[in-house]
Design a protein around this ligand. Sequence first.
Ligand code: SER
Ligand code: ZN
Length: 509
Amino acid sequence: MQVRFRLDAELRFSAPFSQEAEESCRALIDEANRVLFMKGVPKGVDRSEVGQITRSEFSGNTLTLTVESGAYTRAHDALFRFRKQVAPSLGKHRLGIREIVVTDYSIELEGAFPENFRTPELPFIKKAVLSGRVLSVDLAVSASDLENRIPDRLVRLFEEKIEAAEYGGKGEHWELIYESGAKARHFEGDPTAEMIQRGWIKHALSRGQWIHGPQSTQLFRAFEQIVVDEIIKPMGFTEMIFPKLVPWEVWMKSGHTKGVYPEIYYVCTPKTRDAAYWEDIGDYFKVTGEVWVDEIRNRIDGPIGGLCYAQCPSFWPFLQGETLANDCLPIRIFDRSGTSHRYESGGIHGIERVDEFHRIEILWLGTAEQTVETADRLHDAYTHVFEDLLELEWRCAKVTPWFMAQEGMIGPDNGCGCGGRIGTTDYEALLPYSNSWLEFQNVSINGDKYPKGFNVKIQSGADCWSGCSGIGLERWTAAFLAQKGLDIGNWPDIVAKKVGEPKNLFKFL
Ligand code: SER
Ligand code: ZN
């Protein structure tokens, strides 16, 4: 992809240019073009690729410049370098820069654009026209936008959109790594329907939300106990409690702010805690029996973030900015302190695809070797549980890493050079009633993504890596019941024993 930048800017000074000041400024422009802008440019780069001031006009207090560049000393970089150089020299003529007004900024990208490429719509983009191999973009940007490197980030964004459009057709990556043999099946039905039928669960009043009765809860706790006995204890994971309200600051560092918006349950705060401010909202309900939602909307701030989505990101501020001693690694922890929430829209189904769910999140970190080793041991432990204890028909596959999927990216990141171990393995169980496979948990090696995002280091100077594994209790339940049915007599011993006799507290008349 060839790129060109061009900007027009007015540099407004504190006083009009004298003849002398103008002459010394012209000399500076000349020198900047020859020397200043060439600094740091690799040898052999064509001069036309490097930022140059191609027009300069003096009028009263104002110096108007046109700066053009290819990929080196980009137009905005050249502008700011020039500002820095010009300030002391013009100071001698009692001229100070008061303001820089960017009147025009354009980017031209030349290359192959896939057919389904769409230019992003953003406030900075005034106009974007794609004609054959050339995309011309006019920007509305201020000098401070340029200092924030908005043009560079836009170019990166265009490149990302091109990549996404290119492998858009390929969809998610999925590569089988293991498939269990057939296991005893005792049920052909939809487990959710059967659970409702037997009064084990009931629809709650929010979308994709269930109230789990004692029997379903017993099963959740039995699975949790199996995870504790077989995985958490033997491998030495220690319990922590991660927050379940996630502010933007966490998702900015985890990368979720790149794309998770369609699935967030947003969280807002009251504009004030003053009871008088809210009195009429309560009164409205007393009189109408309705909640005055339209008016509530005017009285809240935010959203400040959302409800727990991926569970592990909220842990990382605990380590933010720290250096970990070699001898405390690997760290192995887990959280089971609350629900996760995803706006699943049309996808809700039974207890397996819900907006509110329960998950044990296992997390570990250390050197790359320690992180990979933990993931491998975890995989072996899970294999034992699914094969020998739950006797499930299951398989696992290497898939698009969860953090890429959650950032709205698809397909494997081929360019990361991470030695092939970074990524997500999904565990899937057969649902006989729909003859489909249900993803019921995952194991991921996340590389240095989180340590980098939250600035976490290791004493030895080795790269810090981390991994995580989400165990979805609804999903385990759906998978298990879909294969084994709801009659405890048909369940593998260990599950039957851990559940005990299903409790039936309620009798409805
Ligand atoms: N954090 C991972 C995810 O959201 C594992 O739970 O998928
Ligand atoms: Zn995680």
